[in-house]
Ligand binder design. Structure first.
Ligand code: DC
Length: 206
């Protein structure tokens, strides 16, 4: 199987930063699945699709192509500047709670891993539990709420808390730590140290 490092954790725990740094260090691709749910949400809002209707959102998800490399696009149209819009922060947890929409996204995520010859670092909320249950290495990131809210600068602490609550209490693939995931608390840690710690785990795994 392709080498997959799967990383889950709440908003602002450092997933994207760690995923990018690990990918640079190890020559792997990156899969930012939060950006995929955000891109789908942007498209729902643009087309007036009801973000609470699984039928409508999953039909849309199956009819569009969301790509995240080298930047985030929906059917080739750049949406990178809209990913952290307040209305997207507000609606994305509703979209991500819809089971049909999630299975469309999970299929697309597995297809991207399959198409990656070098292997990849994939991050989100259900990568270790649902998308890649057989990942080479599974990591669950945590960090203090204060630090996580600080890292999300443009998003209020209340909004971050609200999203974490919705993401970890929903029925469909809630955020949770896989039994075999290693826990990494990123509070006050430097990225270089975190990368070396993970590379050490990887060397003991493969
Ligand atoms: O990581 P992020 O803040 O960009 O993620 C945006 C939202 O997408 C987040 O509130 C939860 C959802 N999400 C998800 O449900 N499953 C994933 N694999 C990734 C993100």
């Amino acid at each position: 199987m392709t080498l997959v490092i799967a990383i889950d954790g709440p908003a602002g725990s450092g997933k994207s930063t760690l995923a990018r740094a690990l990918a640079d260090r190890l020559g792997l691709d990156v899969l930012d699945t939060g950006a995929m749910y955000r891109a789908l949400t942007i498209e729902c809002l643009r087309r007036g699709v009801n973000v609470h209707s699984d039928d409508e959102v999953s039909a849309l998800a199956r009819s569009i192509t969301v790509t995240t490399l080298p930047d985030v696009r929906v059917d080739g149209r750049y949406v990178g500047d809209d990913l952290r819009r307040p209305d997207v922060n507000e609606a994305v947890s509703s979209v991500a709670a819809l089971p049909g929409a999630r299975s469309a996204m999970v299929e697309a995520q597995r297809a991207q891993a399959f198409a990656s010859p070098r292997g990849l670092v994939a991050e989100g909320r259900d990568l270790t539990t649902v998308v890649f249950p057989d990942a080479t290495l599974k990591i669950f990131l945590t960090a203090d709420l204060d630090e996580r809210a600080r890292r999300r600068g443009d998003e209020s602490r209340e909004s971050v808390e609200r999203r974490d609550h919705l993401d970890s209490t929903r029925l469909a693939s809630p955020l949770r730590r896989a039994d075999d995931a290693r826990v990494l608390d990123t509070t006050g840690r430097r990225i270089g140290d975190l990368v070396e710690e993970v590379v050490g785990w990887l060397e003991n795994t493969t």
